[in-house]
Design a protein around this ligand. Structure first.
Ligand code: CA
Length: 708
């Protein structure tokens, strides 16, 4: 006979079971907190709760149902069509059966992770004019989860908390000065009840910082500035006492730069928040800080007390940055055995071409080695731990063609680390860039302010010469041993701007490409084991999750980001192609299909014959590179993300062109009025230049068609 207490216990456990299952069915999920995140590997290996899956930011999943042995049987489970045509860079999160992710214009979507049906969506209604301030497309790299909320940063500088179940707005705070060209494209991070958010804008002219907000209320808890303000302002923290002597001139007038626009990592045991700090503004140091100096904390990894924002340590990867070498690439936290000792390390494959291993408790430099060809430095000095610079690389007297470049050796596309192999998997790019001082530079508040002549490295006019450049622009996936600091294998892709990386316990590495493919490789040998045609370039990082014993792999597909905006060497062909943007989810034996590929060339404009004086075209070209190229592409080629100007019907109407460029008729799409920077004659000269480029493109396409 059962005792009364045992009966009671049984009754309670069945109530608990009933409660748990009904809670799951109704979507009322357990809150996400520090203990749930800390136990994710043990308790719920099928979840993906934080940006890099766990606090370690390794982007490694212990799931192994999909493995080297069976990945050839991977198929599409479902796909979800997005209502945007801009770049997709978000890392989805998966908690309690729901897939949460952000899309272009800082929108948020929640889907049922099993079948992709829409649970809710949220549109922060970012005003179109804010898009003008985003140098590298109106992308967003993801949301954060904490408690019963979802957090997202918006292009116009807001941090927003949503109800996880309904997508309803809970609170919204403005984190930036709306009068300055700040943007947010990075994902918030959360720990210990605080949401951390940075911002971007260092190509335009802002002062970088990272802030912490109370996750429950949205109240600001602390803010850390990455560069000093005007010394007369009386800031007297330890960080600013360190940084101020490393600057000269009147840098605060430009803001200084140093934005924390993407990567942050948290070590909850050490209570440290690591932030990756971006480049200075202007890029050219001779303008920003005449007389040089290290310009702390530009291009640095900085460790802060996560509770107070107090400075703990820093390591500057590029002292006195002159090349846009942001230190904003993702940071992986791991334990490595280095010279016989287990060390808690932080690893970063930096934009400057060197792979860094630091002790993440003390900030001690452990090792660094170039993972691509590097021209600007010959190595890292073993004693000072500073780069050994090649003097000519500073392009003070004459231009310097550098590798890596502002586009990267490695950019925001996250790398992954597999504790199984002990290797890091890095999406690598090789894009040379000709740095030349802008001799006529004048600071223009709110505008593109590099101090570098963008026209110096312009595409050649001759289309065949243009085509010959393509093989010089490389992209590959490499496996890197961070202890030995050497490459273990490489896979060459057809070009740069490929996706972020996922590593799994199934012995696999997943990555999408700019060539519209999504593939799985063997983690030990780099052998391609599976591939899927995505109909559009994939730059986002994939994730994996499991529900009811079924493992899924998810990735957002859709061209965009800085390189796709500016370069013609993205994807096949040339010209304006509007391709879809989708969430793609795969499982073993998946049989779903994408709709037929309907990508077509946009109709060509009928251009009136106008006789432009050569002087007008040449002048228009100079103005184009100074004002327009950042969004509309080198030689007006940008057609994968933003409508290709060479197809614009506006080209044949001086009045319509004027209404847009000066009148701001397309402000709601992000094309603001350039009245502050261009007059009417300037605008018409730009039209002359673009019309010439339009004719050049269609002549070439017709010639190519005949020769085929
Ligand atoms: Ca930058």
């Amino acid at each position: 006979m059962l005792s009364r207490s045992l009966l009671l216990a049984l009754a309670w456990s069945s109530i608990a079971v009933a409660f748990t299952s009904s809670a799951c069915a109704s979507g009322a999920a357990a809150p996400i907190d520090g203990s749930r995140l800390a136990a994710v590997d043990k308790d719920e290996p099928g979840s993906w709760l934080a940006h890099g899956r766990t606090w370690s930011d390794q982007r490694f999943s212990p799931l192994d149902q999909i493995s080297t042995a069976n990945v050839s049987g991977l198929g599409l489970a479902w796909s979800y069509e997005l209502d945007v045509r801009r770049g997709q860079e978000s890392t989805p999160l998966m908690a309690d059966g729901v897939l949460y992710f952000s899309t272009s214009w800082s929108k948020v979507v929640a889907l049922d992770a099993r079948d992709g049906h829409l649970l809710w969506e949220f549109d922060p209604k970012v005003p179109g004019r804010a898009g003008f301030r985003a140098c590298c497309d109106v992308v967003n790299r993801g949301v954060a989860l904490w408690g019963d909320k979802v957090y997202v940063g918006t292009v116009d500088g807001r941090l927003i908390a949503l109800n996880r179940e309904t997508g309803q707005l809970v609170w919204s705070v403005t984190t930036t000065d709306p009068s300055k060209p700040y943007t947010i494209t990075g994902a918030p991070r959360v720990a210990n009840g605080k949401v951390f958010i940075g911002n971007g804008g260092a190509e335009y002219g802002v002062r970088g910082y990272v802030s912490a907000y109370d996750a429950q209320t949205g109240r600001r808890v602390w803010r850390f500035y990455t560069v000093p303000g005007n010394p007369k302002g009386g800031e007297n923290s330890r960080a600013m006492r360190l940084a101020t002597p490393t600057w000269h001139g009147r840098w605060w007038q430009f803001g200084g730069g140093g934005t924390v626009w993407d990567s942050m990592s948290v070590d909850p045991e050490l209570n440290l928040l690591y932030v990756g700090v971006g480049n200075g503004v202007p890029w050219r140091q001779a303008i920003r800080s005449p007389g040089g100096g290290d310009n702390l904390f530009l291009s640095s990894i900085v460790a802060l007390n996560a509770d107070t924002g107090r400075y703990i340590w820093h390591y500057q990867t590029t002292p006195g940055d002159n090349w846009d070498f942001d230190a904003t690439q993702n940071m992986v936290l791991a334990e490595l055995r280095i010279q016989g000792k287990r060390r808690k390390v932080l690893m970063q494959a930096n934009k400057n071409g060197f792979f860094y291993v630091l002790d993440r408790k003390s900030g001690e430099f452990l090792s660094a080695k170039n993972f691509v060809d590097v021209r600007w430095a010959t190595g890292i000095d073993a004693n000072t731990h500073r780069p050994i610079e090649v003097p000519a690389a500073r392009y003070s007297d004459k231009p310097f063609v550098n590798l890596p470049s502002a586009f990267a050796a490695h950019n925001w596309h996250p790398m992954a680390y597999s504790p199984q192999t002990g290797w890091v998997y890095i999406p690598v790019m090789e894009i040379p860039f000709k740095y030349a001082a802008d001799k006529d530079f004048q600071y223009r508040p709110g505008a593109w302010n590099l101090g570098v002549d963008m026209m110096a490295g312009a595409l050649p006019d001759d289309m065949d010469a243009r085509r010959k450049l393509r093989p010089q622009l490389k992209g590959r996936l490499i496996a890197w041993d961070p202890v030995a600091q050497r490459e273990m294998w490489r896979v060459d892709h057809g070009g740069p701007a490929n996706g972020g990386v996922l590593a799994t316990a199934g012995g696999l590495v997943f990555q999408g490409t700019g060539q519209s493919r999504f593939a799985a490789y063997g983690a030990r040998d780099g052998k391609k084991l599976w591939e899927f045609a995505t109909q559009t370039g994939v730059i986002a990082p994939p994730i994996t999750y499991s529900i009811d014993g079924e493992q899924y792999v998810a990735v957002l597909a859709g061209w965009g980001g800085g390189y796709a905006v500016i370069s013609p060497f993205v994807g096949p062909g040339s010209g304006d192609m509007l391709t879809p943007r989708r969430m793609l989810v795969f499982r073993l034996g998946g049989t779903a299909r994408l709709p037929p590929d309907t990508t077509v060339e946009r109709p060509r404009p009928q251009l009136a014959e106008e006789n432009w004086p050569a002087e007008s075209v040449a002048r228009g070209k100079r103005l184009f590179y100074k004002n327009c190229a950042v969004c509309h592409g080198d030689a007006a080629v940008g057609g994968r993300v933003i409508p290709d100007l060479r197809y614009s019907a506006l080209l044949s109407s001086p009045q319509a062109w004027q209404a847009v460029v000066i009148g701001g008729a397309l402000t709601s799409h992000g094309m603001v009025s350039f009245r502050r920077w261009l007059n009417e004659k300037d605008a018409q000269d730009v039209r002359a230049y673009v019309a010439g480029e339009s004719k050049r493109l269609f002549r070439d396409m017709d010639r190519e068609a005949v020769s085929r």
